[in-house]
Write a protein that binds this ligand. Structure first.
Ligand code: GLA
Length: 709
């Protein structure tokens, strides 16, 4: 550990380096200021960066050069949004922090600072991960005599002037992660979430890019919050030209009140830099996530979820048929979705009463679970523990346990209210009932839903989203502690709770309620910017999509579902023999290839137009890869544009093969391109010349395997 020598101001440039990224913080001006976040400078690391980046003093301005540092105090002459917003009865709203301690190692830096007069102590830690991702955690402690009302603590990072574009994601139910980009202009671009949960509209990561940066080219800086409540991602450009990106929890009024001695811990921010485009950013995020001890390491089991097969219509005979059909196909995990608990014949009743409904399950769940487990499959069960229907025993006993303000009952969402886990009794009720089921039954997996937004989320009148978010993390961790090996899927009407914070507590995300393969191509592509495929549920849905009405071939649905934690969500008892055989073949293929699909580097190819997608997964040693060419809509030319396959070893030769684990794609052509019969080519030729796709009908895809010779 290095200590700051405040007398000589030595050791004031701290450099954290990993995997080609360097993150340099200068404290010579008395505040930690990030002077470089980008490519590792190697031998140039020791250059006088502070001098190189210091600014002159313009006319009509503060008379000294500005070094705002990460706390961005107004007291330093800084006129952008400060990191800390808050006050103590109208006082102490403007602070000036002085560094009190600094500890650094080659991969970490912790700086503590204080403003005695304002009664606040702050700390920031930067932890460089081996994959080049920097985890940044900030706290503020009230060392004053009475309460400080903290409105905001944002983690800010300066962007270099050549970061000129932003990219983030918006979305809604069944259409999550729609990309939107814009030039960075003067002003503040804010992506705020006030839903009390992560939201379908959550960006997961906010990107800033150099001009024209793409999947493999250009520089990318991104921030992502490890948080599942209300959030704010910001990109700010000041009249001075300074550009920064910030991320933090969006605190509701009063949520940040700190009594004397209390500390607020801001959600950690994952800050990622890539000099090799968006794919490089994704690769770093995946390698960081995959290295965490909580990341699932066992093969991701092929899953069958019964929701789109039976909905609320739970019938043991029918479900048994489904179990048998699933088992024949090679399914490894069978998940009983909504509809099994007290009074839950429809979505107007039952939430809150997590006991098996004897009216539908007179012998409990054992007859079904036994069938599932004796076929060698795991059994999973659906919950939505943070919710309650007015028509439930829980609500009748404890109407005071729902979130509400001003004596008003909030508007219902999907006919339900939100259970305020801030009430100890409510928390214990949910934990107790779920725990009892996990104890009695052989349940190795739970799908945990969250189907409505929070409105007037008040705990005894005070805003309670932060507390609720912490409570659900605690509850998941407690369940896992009590039931070692338990896996949890995070769902919120599909992809409404997909974020880097929840990734620390669950093993899978339900990516979207949309199982339409065409929509899924987009949703999965963009969710995978930050979340690796092994964490993203992707199911083969019914032939006729329930959420869009589109009809897709099994081959297209199965090829799409392959690039995730694969599963099936379709009444396969109604599938034809041919379809079941195709599913069985695809299931075998998924099992053979999931090792690669769930560990390799994701590569997306920039196509010349928007009629096709090309994406793949390449093994880190470049020995093998799987790519998909996806015809989203009819190709513009009568000869579809050649597609390139980057990411392989340019020096090696590969065997290139078309594979059809779930049947052939539909195409119309008098003659097919000859490579479809199999060829050998170098990685360089594949990256520079590429392949000519067959003339596919729209909404069809082919799968290509590449193996190093
Ligand atoms: C949500 C989920 C679905 C399903 C239903 C059950 O919409 O996203 O997958 O579990 O709830 O009610």
């Amino acid at each position: 550990m290095t200590q700051l020598d405040t007398a000589t101001q030595k050791n004031t440039l701290i450099t954290l380096v990993a995997d080609g990224v360097s993150f340099q913080v200068d404290v010579s001006s008395g505040t930690p200021a990030v002077v470089h976040w980008g490519r590792d400078l190697g031998a140039s690391r020791g250059e006088d960066l502070a001098s190189m980046t210091a600014e002159g003093v313009p006319q009509s301005n503060i008379d000294a050069p500005l070094v705002p540092g990460i706390w961005r105090e107004n007291a330093r002459g800084f006129l952008g949004r400060p990191a800390i917003l808050g006050h103590r009865r109208g006082q102490d709203w403007s602070q000036l922090f002085t560094v009190t301690s600094l500890e650094s190692s080659p991969t970490s830096l912790v700086v503590e600072s204080v403003d005695e007069a304002a009664g606040l102590r702050v700390s920031v830690s930067f932890r460089m991960q081996p994959a080049g991702v920097v985890l940044i955690s900030q706290t503020v402690t009230n060392v004053g005599a009475d309460a400080f009302d903290l409105a905001e603590l944002t983690t800010w990072l300066p962007l270099p002037d050549h970061a000129v574009e932003t990219l983030d994601f918006t979305g809604r139910w069944v259409k999550e992660r729609q990309p939107q980009s814009r030039p960075i202009q003067s002003g503040t671009w804010a992506r705020e979430v006030r839903e009390g949960r992560t939201s379908h509209d959550y960006t997961v990561v906010q990107l800033a890019l150099t001009a024209g940066a793409g999947y493999q080219d250009g520089s990318v800086w991104s921030t992502g919050l490890l948080w599942s409540g209300n959030t704010r991602h910001l990109v700010e450009r000041l009249p001075s030209g300074h550009t920064s990106m910030g991320a933090g929890e969006l605190l509701l009024p009063g949520e940040g009140i700190l009594q004397a001695g209390e500390t607020y811990e801001a959600p950690t921010v994952a800050a990622t830099f890539s000099s090799t485009g968006i794919d490089g950013m994704t690769d770093r995020l995946y390698r960081w996530l995959r290295a965490r001890p909580e990341h699932p390491t066992t093969a991701r089991p092929l899953t069958l979820n019964v929701w789109e097969a039976v909905y609320f219509d739970h019938d043991l005979a029918k479900l048994t048929e489904l179990v048998d059909a699933a088992s024949e196909i090679g399914v490894e995990r069978f998940v009983l979705d909504d509809g099994w608990f007290l009074g839950r014949r429809h979505d107007f009743a039952g939430l809150g009463d997590w006991v098996v409904d004897p009216a539908v399950w007179p012998d409990g769940l054992d007859p079904l679970i036994d069938r599932v487990t004796s076929a060698g499959m795991q059994f999973g069960l659906w919950f939505e523990g943070e919710m309650v229907n007015a028509d439930s025993d829980l609500y009748r006993a404890h109407p005071e346990w729902i979130f509400q303000a001003g004596g008003r009952i909030p508007p219902e969402g999907r006919h339900q209210q939100v259970l305020d886990l801030g009430h100890r009794g409510a928390y214990e009720h949910v934990l107790g009932q779920v725990d009892a089921l996990l104890t009695v039954y052989d349940i190795s997996y739970i799908k945990w839903d969250h189907n409505r937004v929070l409105t007037e989320a008040a705990h005894l009148g005070a805003a309670g989203v932060r507390r609720q978010t912490q409570a659900i993390y605690r509850l998941f961790d407690e369940l896992k502690l009590r039931h070692p090996g338990l896996e949890i899927e995070s769902c919120a009407s599909g992809g409404g709770r997909v974020d880097l914070g929840m990734a620390g507590h669950v093993d899978r995300f339900w990516t979207s309620d949309c199982n339409d393969a065409l929509e899924r191509q987009y949703i999965q592509r963009y969710t995978q910017f930050a979340i690796p495929p092994e964490l993203l549920g992707s199911h083969v849905g019914p032939t006729h999509s329930h959420t869009t009405g589109r009809v897709h071939s099994l081959a297209f649905r199965a090829t799409t579902a392959l690039f995730g934690h694969a599963g099936i969500e379709w009444d396969i008892t109604e599938a034809t023999l041919e379809e079941r055989l195709a599913l069985a073949s695809w299931s075998g293929y998924y099992k053979r290839k999931r090792g690669l699909l769930h560990s390799g580097q994701v590569v997306r190819v920039q196509q010349p137009d928007d009629t096709s997608f090309v994406h793949g997964v390449v093994a880190h040693d470049r020995s093998e890869a799987i790519f998909a060419y996806v015809q989203l809509s009819a190709a513009r030319g009568s000869s579809p544009a050649r597609f390139l396959i980057p990411g392989l070893d340019p020096e090696s030769r590969y065997r290139v093969r078309l594979v059809e684990p779930a049947g052939a794609a539909l195409s119309v052509q008098a003659q097919t391109p000859p490579w479809l019969a199999g060829i050998e080519a170098s990685g360089l030729a594949l990256a520079e010349i590429g392949l000519r796709p067959p003339i596919l009908l729209p909404e069809n895809a082919i799968l290509i395997e590449l193996d190093r010779l």
